[in-house]
Design a protein around this ligand. Structure first.
Ligand SMILES: Nc1ncnc2c1ncn2[C@@H]1O[C@H](COP(=O)(O)OP(=O)(O)O)[C@@H](O)[C@H]1O
Ligand SMILES: [Mg+2]
Length: 225
């Protein structure tokens, strides 16, 4: 479903250039769950941005469902994300002026799908936030916001779910519930799940673990206590 081949990415600021991805290659099948691990600053978020066409690599190719992302226009890449990809960003990226229900309904509203609010409410019930439909993000806890962000990423039943440290800011219990939810939806829709995590026990729940090391991707064996 996703094939990365020899991807290179460097960020350049003024005179200095920082190499982040260095000949990174990866092949992920539909329905697979893959954990991406690596220390802070190793390029995990950058990798997710490249995979989802939000960042263009300097060289190498990224193929999603047979489409070479970087031969497409911005609009075509946005269409692919709208239809097929759900992204849970590290900082949630909820819209502060919209309620929980409106945030979750937004992707369907933009796509002109009818019944968006009802579908959003249903999914929020499912993630245990049926009593928070009209709450605004600043009136919710971190765990609640994270679940809203997940609901928003999944409302269109994407074929690919990408989550950047989805349990990073949560206590163990809430984190486990959020992880359960992601795996449940991954199973139900045979969606592909790519999880960036620092948590070895969460990584171990994925079918495969990949480590970012010096900009490249290599298999990783998680050690769970
Ligand atoms: N937009 C950017 N411009 C310049 N440098 C960046 C940018 N984004 C990330 N970096 C740098 O690239 C490296 C990898 O960052 P990132 O992908 O966020 O790593 P991780 O998610 O593993 O913590 C870091 O050294 C970071 O400072
Ligand atoms: Mg990151």
């Amino acid at each position: 479903m996703i094939v990365l081949e020899s991807v290179n990415l460097a960020y350049t600021a003024g005179e200095t250039s920082v190499s982040v991805l260095n000949n990174a290659s990866l092949d992920v099948a539909q329905g697979e769950s893959v954990a991406i691990v690596g220390p802070s600053g190793s390029g995990k978020t950058s990798l997710l941005l490249v995979l989802t066409g939000l960042e263009t690599p300097d060289s190498g190719s990224v193929v999603f469902d047979g489409a070479e992302l970087h031969t497409l226009s911005n609009d075509q890449r946005a269409d692919i994300r709208r239809q097929s990809i759900g992204i849970v960003f590290q900082g949630f990226h909820l819209i502060q002026s919209l309620s929980a229900c409106e945030n979750v309904a937004l992707p369907l509203d933009i796509a002109g799908v009818s019944g968006a609010r009802d579908k959003a409410a249903e999914l929020l019930h499912r993630v245990g936030l049926g009593h928070r439909l009209d709450h605004y993000p600043n009136a919710m806890s971190g765990g609640e916001r994270q679940r809203v962000a997940i609901a928003r990423a999944l409302i269109h039943q994407p074929a690919l779910i990408v989550a950047d440290e989805p349990t990073g800011n949560l206590d163990n219990e809430t984190g486990a519930a959020v992880a359960d939810l992601l795996f449940e939806l991954n199973n139900e829709n045979n969606a592909t799940l790519l999880l960036v995590t620092h948590d070895p026990s969460l990584a171990a729940r994925c079918q495969r673990q990949i480590q970012l090391h010096q900009g490249g991707l290599q298999p990783f064996v998680p050690v769970v206590n």
